[in-house]
Design a protein around this ligand. Structure first.
Ligand code: KIV
Ligand code: ZN
Length: 517
């Protein structure tokens, strides 16, 4: 058993998480998430897969440049080109790690790699040696380890350790293992592989059977001292083990799980919201730790118990994961000073101009809405921060909806500072709005996701709309909020369109002017 009980948190939201269909993030969003992960106290940030695209290379490189405390990690297959590209992207990092992997299970070796086991073993040695050539900190993963022949897995792990890997990751790539089995696998590897006591074993569990967190914890109890996970559990298919669940399980059950992490649990709620926002993946209401209902008590018996003593139905407090009690903030008579104090208490630091703009928008909102809550303020400021630099801005809109006549929209957009009016009919008000946007900014993108949620309770609540647009196999996500759902939808659509422009500008700069017609 390892002598230390400190468990390293390896976050792969920006790599495995971003691989989930529709979760793509742009550079700016990745930088924001990486900064938040460092603040959260993540030990290792897997920032991307540098050979997979120029965008991934740039993201890993920029994150490496800005990193302060976390180890920045880049993924590479077992090939020279992959590993050299990862090393190049990671060059500016204060602390860099190359994570190289190859499949070891019979089904993967035969059908995916079309390699014989001895060739895979050679590739393990070759890839780890190459990576060690560039950096000291090398992690090796046996993809599909849980469906791998145990003796062969031992030989591969031994070879990786001999070649210089310091971390050995045992992925349950297809989410097939159950906790007792996964724990036994980790323990057997630590016990049997020569040199196993010198390296850090790591868990990497997918959630296909809903067991990713349970398997990861079984791995830790068996001796693993690194856990690979993602915020909100996003990731391939059913996702990865959720960071917040692992951290809080270790914290709340420290009585039988005596392990510590470096995570500041008070920042968990903010991290969850940020990742949900940038990916456009809503958090399921009953999701452990970060779901909207995770600390809600509905039944009379539970509410009665809670009023008497919160330990009757709460094993941790909402405050311990950074969920502030919903509070009535300010009204329309509140002044600039109170507004600024509130923003600071919520963790926002705005410059003088941005603060003035936010205050004006807050006043507008307070005119429309009787009670303004923390969530309203967060939606308003997030909207402003997200849309501030956009080349296309929503200005005004009038919509005809309902059963009397053809639905239509008149809409004003400002495109590079020039305000234009577009008018269109549609099959329903949303269709009319999106058609009006198309008359002003012709494009071929298709709408692949439209999600509406209420920011707070009550019929006067703001609507938060998330829209995903797809073009040429790439997708982007936009957000908008407003007390008028249709305005929120128009803002979200325009926001997504701006992101599409950034993507297009990188591949074909002339497309921007051409598309404006
Ligand atoms: O699930 C998996 O096996 C992976 C590896 C690349 C570590 O993500
Ligand atoms: Zn994975």
């Amino acid at each position: 058993m390892p002598s230390s009980n400190r468990v390293l948190i390896f976050d792969t939201t920006l790599r495995d998480g971003e691989q989930s269909p529709g979760a793509a993030m742009n550079l700016e969003e990745k930088l924001k998430v990486a900064e938040m992960l460092e603040e959260l106290g993540v030990d290792v940030i897997e920032a991307g897969f540098p050979i997979s695209s120029n965008g991934d290379f740039e993201a890993v490189n920029e994150i490496a440049k800005r990193s302060k405390t976390s180890v920045i990690c880049g993924l590479a297959r077992a090939g020279v080109k992959d590993i050299d590209r990862a090393a190049e992207a990671l060059k500016p990092a204060k602390r860099a790690r190359i994570h190289t992997f190859i499949s070891t299970s019979p089904v993967h070796m035969k059908h995916k790699l079309q390699m014989e086991p001895h060739q895979v073993l050679e590739a393990v040695v070759g890839s780890v040696t190459r990576a060690r050539h560039h950096v000291e900190d090398v992690e090796w993963s046996a993809e599909d380890a849980t469906r791998t022949d145990f003796d062969f897995l031992c030989r591969c792990v031994e070879a990786a350790i001999k070649a210089g890997a310091m971390t050995i990751n045992i992925p349950d790539t297809v989410g097939y293992a159950i906790p007792a089995e996964y724990g036994a696998l980790i323990k057997a590897l630590i016990d049997r592989v020569p040199g196993g006591e010198k390296v850090n074993f790591s868990t990497h569990c997918h959630n296909d059977l809903g067991l990713a967190v349970a398997n990861s914890i079984a791995g830790v109890a068996a001796g693993a001292r690194q856990v690979e996970c993602t915020i909100n559990g996003i990731g391939e298919r059913a996702g990865n083990a959720a960071l917040e669940e692992i951290v809080m399980a270790l914290k709340v059950r420290a009585d039988i799980l005596p392990y510590s992490t470096g995570i500041d649990s008070l920042s968990i709620s903010r991290a969850s919201k940020m990742v949900s926002n940038v990916t456009g993946f809503p958090v399921q209401y009953n999701k452990a730790i970060v779901g909207k209902n995770a600390f809600a008590h509905e039944s009379g018996i539970h509410q009665d118990g809670m009023l008497k003593n919160n330990q009757t139905y709460e094993i941790m407090t909402p405050e311990s994961v950074g969920v502030a009690k919903t509070s009535l903030v300010l009204g329309k008579l509140s002044g600039r000073h109170a507004f600024k104090d509130k923003l600071e208490a919520m963790g926002y630091e705005l410059g003088a101009n941005a603060l003035e703009d936010a205050f004006r928008r807050f006043k507008d909102l307070a005119d429309k809405k009787k009670h303004v809550f923390d969530e309203d303020i967060a939606a308003l400021v997030d909207d402003q921060l997200a849309h501030g630099q956009d080349r296309i801005q929503f200005v005004n809109m009038r919509v005809v909806a309902g059963t009397f006549g053809p639905q239509s929209a008149e809409l004003e957009l400002s495109i590079d500072g020039e305000t234009r009016l577009g008018v269109a009919r549609g099959d329903g008000p949303m269709d009319a709005i999106f058609n009006a946007i198309k008359t002003l900014f012709p494009h071929e993108a298709t709408l692949v996701l439209f999600d509406v949620h209420a920011v707070t309770e009550g019929t006067d609540a703001q609507a938060g709309v998330t829209i995903r647009l797809a073009e040429d196999g790439k997708s982007v996500t936009g957000h908008g909020s407003d007390t008028d759902t249709m305005v929120a939808a128009a803002k979200a659509y325009v926001h997504a369109l701006n992101k599409l422009l950034v993507k297009r500008q990188k591949t074909a700069p002339e497309a921007l002017t051409a598309a404006r017609g």
